[in-house]
Structures are given as structure tokens and as C-alpha cells.
Design a protein. Structure first.
Length: 594
């Protein structure tokens, strides 16, 4: 689905929902609901199927066409009116506008994605609220398909699948490093943008039910959010599932990508839950023999019922995938640490709508001169003077808005640079922490094995001590028994083995404690970076607020004036349309609307 394709629409007004719900079928200009005919070509106006199309949100984002609709929101293709940047605008459904929990989830989606600042996570440019109380997000506009659409054609060959999975793991590693859990990872939320050279660029979407471990809990008791086919066992039984739940979902996705089917099949939600909780995952290799054993083993680890049996984190998953790709000679995707190619310096646009109005006023002057010469009717002259005054005023407002937009761009650039710096620093520490967690897990497994061995030696000693007691009882320490000597020697040997096992266990415990200390130290450093990033985001938001408020107010005032311009232009043209000698000028007027 090419996300940048949409209807070519133009709106001279850019009003918010409720004030522009009609459009000219010829020139596409948008009009208030009470208007009936286009002043440019006289065509009868038609109602828009979606009244947001042609409107401007927050004084900047002009809605062009619908990209997709869901139960919670509609996503539109849009254009920033002051910056040469197409974008997508996700607007919460009007029916949910009063639901504060849903509104907060929208805001959280923006905050979660913004702070992650990763090339494989969709970029959120802005957020806010429409005049009718609906929360909106402004995102980068993508071209390509979702992974779900690609999977409609069946399993994905390893040379394409592995680079996609590596990018997903990179994105999840960044999210988890910054304590953001996606909680609804599925093919529909993984977008494959197409670069010019044909390479898939992964973009994780929809952090709408993501949970930051630092956030206040929004999920109510008994509520289960997510998609049953991809839901980890602990997600079914608890709302406090951690990052390992995303790893489980990734395991399901891996299985589906490489086999063309899900690991579990059911015809109702409850059965899916039961299978995730109790049924062992099948081997992906049994469905597709081309899957390497190492990759099959990784998928089974990801699908482990107990989160502790899964890989320690997504850095580990990424490293395993990279190693597997390398062993197969599959080219790796570009390093996620490089700056995003999707982002670049914004270009300021000229005030196109005002240029059009300047052209129209020139045509209006010619109309009056041709129709009336120097004896212009006072009412039409007054209307034209009013139009010119409004055009000048709107032009001034748009120029002031461009100045504010440039200031906002500087603030946003600093904010992005800061997020990238923190992101790279967290990534570097996250890689080290992942290694330390792996070593701690391995050391813990060794210590657990030695603890079992120590217990076995203790049980042997107990049994050997029973033999001593038996022969001491028989001898009553009055008569020598050879068996008593054997029992004493056996106990001595067992005690030696017990002591040796205890020493090994103690050393293993020390190594485990050392690794635990390394993990704790690295996690403390990561937490310090998270705290610094939170402070950076708070300062950045405060700095943005003034510019954004000014831009919104300037945009709304200019939009309101442009609505008045439409009304005045319609009144000006109405008595002139019947004059045949003005036909060529009306045609020129149509050209000015293009």
C-alpha cells in the first residue's frame, strides 16, 4: 500500500472540522457547509465523505486523503503547510474523544515513539488536540506494505526474512533499553518501507498500548490488550508482563515468516490462550527444512513458556540473528546506529494559498475594468477592497507563521540530536549489559548445577553416615569390625568430595555474584541515561510549547480570514458570472486556482 499516494486536493481555508465540509468537484477548493457554488468556476459544491479532508489541523497540517481507518483512529495523508514535508496524521475517533484512558494512550504513543528516536521505529513529529477534542499524532509518511500484507503471499525466503528480523530486533532493543514495551507486536504493526534500491526498511508502528515501565498503570484490572495469536503466556495471566513478552511475539512472527503459518492454530480466542499457556511450540524446521538448526533453536527459545527460559534480551536475539545471517552469507541491513535517511533539513515553502489570492485579486481588478471601465459599482469596489485588505493581512500572518516554524525547526533539530545522542549511549551500554546478563545467566546455570551436585554429595554423606551408625551400633565400640573401618573410610572420601563440591559451588557463586554486580552497575548507568533523557524531553517540550501555540494561533487566525475571503469572493463573482465578456477572465481565474 503506497502511503504517499492520495487525492490532489487544495484548500484555501484550512478550517477545522465542522466549518469546511464541501468541495468543488472541478477545482477541489473547500468551502464552508453553507456555501452552494464555487466562486471560481460556478460548479455546484459536493459534500465530502470525510469532513476532515481539506481542513487544517493545528494551523499547520492540511489533510489530503484517508490512508486507513480503524476502531480507534483514522490515518490521513497530509501536508505541512509551512514546511516541505508530507506527513501522516492519526486522529482519534470522535466517539472516543471523552474517554480519558484512550486519550492518554494516544499521548503515550507519541511520547514513547518520540523518545526512542530509532531508524526502525516510525517517527512522530507532533501531537495535539483538534478543535473538536480529538487527540492527533503527526508521523512520517511511509511507502510500502505491512509485514501482514507480505505474509498474505506465504512464507518469506531467508535472504529477505533475516534482514527484516534483524531490524525488528534492533528496534525492540532500543525500546526495551528505554523501558518501553510494545505489547502488541504483530505483522500488522511492522511496516516494510521500500528504499530506492529495493531494500526493506523496517518501521515499528502503533505504540498505542505500549507501556513504559515508568508510566502510571493505565490498564484496568481484568483488561487484556493485544492480539491472541501473538500473545505471550504471561500477558494472558498478568498485566505486568515485561520485555520478554515482546520476545515471545517476535518468536511467533519468526515462525510465521519462515513457515507461512502460525505455531498455534485455533478457531477462538480462548483456545489460543490455552495453547500459548500449555501447548509446546512445534519446531519451525519441521515445517520448513531450509531453516538452519541455529535459527530453529532460537525460535524455540523465544517461544518458551517461562520468560526466564527465553533469551536475556533483544540484543542477544540480534546478535544471534546476525551470526546466523553471516553463516549463510546473507547481507546485513544498514547499521541502525547510522543517522536516519528518512530525516533531513526541512525546506520552507512560499505561502502558496496567498500567492493564489494575489493572482485572483488581479483578475478581479480586470473584471471590474472590463465590465464597468472607470465607473465601478461601489458595492463591488468595496468588496474588492475588503478582499485586498484580507489578502494582505493573511499574508502577514503566514509570514509570521513561517518565522515561528523556523524557530520550531531549530528546537526540534536540537531535540532530535539529543535523543540520538542518548539513544546511541544507551545502545552501547545495552550491548554491554546484554553480554553481562548472558554471562550472569550462564554463571547462574553453572552454580545451579553445582548446587545440585553439592546436594547429591550431602545425600551420599548422609547415607554413608548411616553405615557408620549401623556398624558402631553392632560393635558397641567394644568389638572391632572391618566393616566399620570401611564405613569410616567411605565417609572420609565422601566428605572430601563434599568439600570439593562446596568449594566449586562457592567459586561459581562468587562468579555469579560478580556477573550480577556487572549487570547491576551497567543497568544503573543505563538508568542514569534514562533519567537524563527524561529531563531532556521535559525541557524540550517546554521549549516547543510556546512556538507551537503561536503557530496554532497564527494558523487559525489566517484560516478564519481565508474563510471570509471565500465569502467575499463568492459575493463579488456572483453578479459578474452572467456577463459573457468576462468568460476569458473566469477561465483565467480557474488557472489561478491551480
Amino acid at each position: 500500500m503506497p502511503f504517499e499516494q492520495g487525492l490532489e486536493t487544495r484548500s484555501p481555508t484550512g478550517q477545522d472540522l465542522g466549518s469546511t465540509v464541501k468541495a468543488c468537484p472541478v477545482c477541489k477548493l473547500k468551502y464552508p457547509n453553507e456555501s452552494k457554488h464555487c466562486f471560481v468556476d460556478g460548479a455546484e459544491l459536493t459534500e465530502l465523505q470525510d469532513p476532515r479532508i481539506g481542513t487544517t489541523i493545528s494551523g499547520r497540517y492540511q489533510i489530503e486523503t484517508v490512508l486507513g481507518e480503524g476502531g480507534m483512529a483514522t490515518v490521513y495523508a497530509a501536508r505541512h503547510r509551512l514546511v516541505d514535508r508530507p506527513c501522516a496524521v492519526k486522529v482519534m475517533s470522535a466517539g472516543l474523544a471523552r474517554n480519558e484512558v484512550i486519550r492518554e494512550r494516544f499521548r503515550r504513543e507519541a511520547k514513547a515513539a518520540q523518545k526512542l528516536a530509532h531508524p526502525n521505529i516510525i517517527e512522530i513529529f507532533d501531537q495535539g488536540e483538534t478543535d473538536d477534542g480529538c487527540v492527533f499524532l503527526v508521523m512520517e509518511l511511509l511507502s510500502g506494505k505491512t509485514l501482514a500484507e507480505v505474509l498474505d503471499y506465504g512464507k518469506i525466503p531467508l535472504p529477505r526474512a533475516l534482514p527484516i528480523l534483524i531490524q525488528i530486533s534492533r528496534a525492540l532493543a532500543r525500546a526495551h533499553d528505554l523501558e518501553v514495551i510494545h505489547r502488541d507486536l504483530k505483522p500488522e504493526n511492522i511496516f516494510l518501507a521500500q528504499e530506492d534500491w529495493g531494500e526493506d526498511v523496517v518501521k515499528l508502528l502503533d505504540f498505542g498500548i505500549a507501556r513504559s515501565l515508568q508510566d502510571a498503570r493505565l490498564t484496568g484490572v481484568g483488561e487484556v490488550f493485544g492480539t491472541p495469536q501473538y500473545m505471550a503466556p504471561e500477558r494472558i495471566t498478568s498485566i505486568d508482563a515485561g520485555p520478554a513478552a515482546d520476545l515471545y511475539a517476535l518468536g511467533v512472527i519468526m515462525f510465521e515468516m519462515l513457515t507461512g503459518e502460525l505455531p498455534f492454530h485455533a478457531n477462538e480466542v480462548t483456545l489460543y490462550f490455552i495453547k500459548h499457556l500449555k501447548e509446546p511450540a512445534p519446531s519451525a524446521r519441521s515445517k520448513n527444512p531450509e531453516i538452519p538448526e541455529a535459527l530453529d533453536k532460537l525460535i524455540l527459545e523465544l517461544l518458551a513458556k517461562d520468560p526466564k527460559d527465553r533469551p536475556v534480551d533483544c540484543h542477544r536475539v540480534h546478535n544471534d540473528l546476525v551470526a546466523i545471517a553471516g553463516s549463510l552469507g546473507i547481507e546485513l541491513p544498514a547499521d541502525a546506529g547510522e543517522p536516519s535517511s528518512m530525516r533531513g533539513p526541512a525546506k520552507t515553502l512560499p505561502p502558496v494559498a496567498i500567492d493564489q489570492w494575489v493572482k485572483r485579486t488581479r483578475v478581479f481588478d480586470e473584471m471590474l475594468a472590463k465590465a464597468y471601465g472607470t465607473r465601478r459599482p461601489a458595492d463591488l469596489g468595496d468588496l474588492l477592497s475588503a478582499v485586498k485588505r484580507l489578502v494582505t493581512e493573511v499574508g502577514d500572518l503566514r509570514q509570521r507563521a513561517i518565522h515561528q516554524q523556523r524557530a520550531l525547526e531549530d528546537i526540534e533539530a536540537r531535540g532530535w540530536d539529543g535523543r540520538e545522542r542518548f539513544g546511541h549511549a544507551v545502545h552501547a551500554l545495552g550491548v554491554d549489559a546484554s553480554r553481562a546478563r548472558d554471562e550472569f545467566k550462564a554463571a547462574g546455570a553453572v552454580a545451579a548445577g553445582l548446587a545440585a551436585e553439592l546436594e547429591r554429595e550431602r545425600e551420599r554423606l548422609t547415607e554413608a553416615h548411616r553405615e557408620i551408625l549401623l556398624w558402631e551400633g553392632r560393635s558397641a565400640m567394644m568389638e572391632p569390625y572391618a566393616e566399620l573401618a570401611v564405613a569410616y573410610r567411605d565417609v572420609a572420601n565422601v566428605v572430601d568430595a563434599w568439600v570439593a563440591a562446596g568449594l566449586k559451588y562457592k567459586q561459581a557463586e562468587q562468579r555469579s555474584a560478580q556477573r550480577r554486580g556487572e549487570v547491576t552497575d551497567l543497568e544503573f548507568q543505563i538508568e542514569q541515561l534514562r533519567t537524563a533523557l527524561a529531563a531532556h524531553e521535559e525541557a524540550h517540550e517546554k521549549e516547543q510549547a510556546h512556538c507551537q501555540h503561536e503557530l496554532e494561533e497564527l494558523g487559525k487566525r489566517a484560516d478564519a480570514l481565508e474563510t471570509q475571503l471565500l465569502e467575499l469572493a463568492t459575493r463579488f463573482c456572483a453578479p459578474l458570472r452572467a456577463r459573457p465578456e468576462l468568460g476569458p477572465l473566469f477561465q483565467e481565474l480557474e488557472g489561478a486556482a491551480a
